[in-house]
Design a protein around this ligand. Structure first.
Ligand code: NI
Ligand code: MN
Length: 228
């Protein structure tokens, strides 16, 4: 299994049998190495309805006939756009053919902004996603502030790899993300959601270096972690 970072909160997981992508915000993503028209995805996993996470979901899902897994209201909204969706919600897990997904809480908002008509569409609660594939558990925290039940998530799950936002302003900054890393007890922690926009500019290496030896890992855009 190969897990690759593509800037902002975009992460792909290639299992050999399935191509998965988290939060495919590509158009407008100043950091990414992906082109929306080239993305292959059997499954799109969405943490919440903000535009910098839903991103190019509709285009990618239509072209690939992807399954879109998302919190319920966001899934319903995308279902109305003609996508094949699987709604879930916080605390619920489901065994798919590609692996197991469980949604956790996230302290954030969730709404899709339709810029043209200046409408904000409510898309339910934001979530984090626990994905277990081939015996490994990946935690994509989505956008969130720090919350102490991360300790519980860490107790209940053996997280091999966690993607945590460090950008500050909209989510945890590096200091809170350091506590989150400790509480989640993840074997490896990769910072995300930073430096895409000036207001979330951060030094990911300073964050990674602040974690106990070997835990923090900065992935450059396009760089992967492989599990054998
Ligand atoms: Ni957000
Ligand atoms: Mn965001």
């Amino acid at each position: 299994m190969k897990v690759t970072y593509h800037g902002h909160s975009v992460v792909t997981v290639n299992t050999g049998n399935h191509q998965l992508i988290f939060d495919p915000f590509i158009t407008g993503n100043s950091l990414t190495d992906l082109k929306p028209e080239e993305v292959k995805a059997d499954v799109i996993l969405l943490t919440h309805g903000h535009n910098d996470h839903v991103g190019d979901t509709v285009e990618i899902a239509k072209r690939n006939h992807s399954l879109v897994v998302a919190p319920n209201e966001l899934a319903v909204y995308l279902g109305w756009k003609g996508l094949n969706v699987h709604p879930m919600h916080i605390g619920g897990s489901h065994q798919f053919d590609f692996g197991k997904v469980k949604l956790t809480q996230a302290f954030h908002g969730s709404a899709y902004t339709e810029e043209d008509s200046q409408k904000i569409v409510y898309t339910g609660m934001p979530a984090g996603i626990l994905l277990t594939v081939e015996g490994r558990t990946i935690f994509h925290a989505g956008d969130t502030g720090l919350f102490s039940d991360m300790k519980l998530i860490g107790e209940l799950n053996h997280i091999d790899l966690a993607f945590l936002p460090i950008g500050d302003n909209f989510t945890m900054g590096p200091e809170d993300a350091k506590l989150a890393a400790e509480w989640l007890r993840a074997k490896q922690v990769v910072p995300v959601h930073y430096s895409t926009f000036p207001v979330i500019e951060q030094d990911p290496h300073a964050f990674a270096d602040s974690l106990p030896g070997g835990v923090g890992k900065v992935l450059e855009v396009g760089e992967s972690i492989e599990f054998k």
